[in-house]
Design a protein around this ligand. Structure first.
Ligand SMILES: Nc1ncnc2c1ncn2[C@@H]1O[C@H](COP(=O)(O)OP(=O)(O)OP(=O)(O)O)[C@@H](O)[C@H]1O
Ligand SMILES: [Mg+2]
Length: 259
């Protein structure tokens, strides 16, 4: 079931204006290279990440698992440009995002990143359609709003407000909102943490299908080790370090996972 990473897509150097040396070294779509995140609390320093390295390929479905406090959200927030690392290098699609200033990070978050949170974070006084529309107004190549809402199964609910929807439906809106931006990366922090079993499965299926059908790289954080079976790649984090990285040659469709 596990194998080492054999598939190494080559980056076309001409597309990215990067040095020969870097082009030779670089292979992965996303690369974390010895990334550290140190929080200073007065005299005390907390290493939320103590040197984390991994790669993610384009179109890969990645599950990040680990105990509470392990550093999962820290990884996702740094990858999504919502936070910065203290040390190390981060490359996304040929660009070194760890060198970005605040303005460049804003652009990166706008155009390249779709984020899905545990508690949906919808705008309560906007309808489903307006919530999705709002996100597309700040990006370059948005998908069709109605089609995206239909794709998450909410065509009939487009005129409803979030409070009129179930938790699972609200999370669908959050996913539609993230997807409509047509992002390079869909980052999901415990997207089913607030949902019941069956609804959670539907949401994970939607994420897995999105990854396969749109070729977007999807990263999902979970506490639930049973869900690791659905990842193309499983990154286990422990105490701010990588505990293991496994490639599933045959990831399971989420419908076949019981947890
Ligand atoms: N702003 C901050 N200031 C100080 N310490 C922080 C800060 N943010 C996170 N930490 C610490 O960094 C560590 C990693 O936190 P992180 O939120 O990444 O964990 P997690 O794996 O996502 O946990 P959970 O599963 O509970 O969400 C924790 O010890 C946390 O207390
Ligand atoms: Mg977290």
């Amino acid at each position: 079931m596990k194998k080492s990473q054999e598939f190494i897509p080559q980056v076309k150097k001409s597309e990215y204006n990067i040095s020969d040396e870097r082009a030779e070294l670089m292979s992965a779509y996303i690369e974390f290279e010895n990334v550290k995140k140190i929080y200073s609390m007065g005299e005390v320093k907390i290493a939320a990440l103590a040197g984390v390295s991994f790669t993610i390929e384009k179109g890969e479905f990645v599950v990040i698992a680990g105990a509470s406090g392990a550093g999962k959200s820290t990884i996702l927030n740094i990858l999504g440009g919502m936070d910065t690392c203290s040390e190390g290098n981060i490359y996304v699609d040929g660009t070194k995002i760890s060198d970005f200033n605040a303005k460049e990070l804003t652009t990166y978050r706008r155009y390249d990143i779709g984020f899905v949170f545990q508690f949906y974070n919808l705008v309560q006084n906007l309808t489903v359609k307006e919530n999705v529309e709002l996100a597309t107004q700040i990006c370059k190549n948005p998908l069709n709003i109605d089609e995206t809402i239909e794709a998450v199964g909410l065509k009939e609910r487009a005129g409803n407000f979030p409070a009129q929807l179930s938790g699972g439906e609200q999370q669908r809106v959050a996913i539609a909102r993230a997807l409509a931006k047509n992002p390079k990366l869909l980052l999901c922090d415990e997207p089913t943490g607030a949902l019941d079993y069956a609804t959670g499965k539907q949401i994970l299926k939607l994420l897995q299908d999105t990854c396969k059908n749109h070729g977007v790289s999807v990263v999902v954080i979970t506490h639930n080790l049973a869900l690791t079976a659905m990842g193309d790649k499983v990154i286990k984090v422990r105490n701010g370090l990588i505990e293991s990285i496994e490639i599933n040659e045959h990831p399971l469709p989420v419908e076949r996972i019981e947890y």
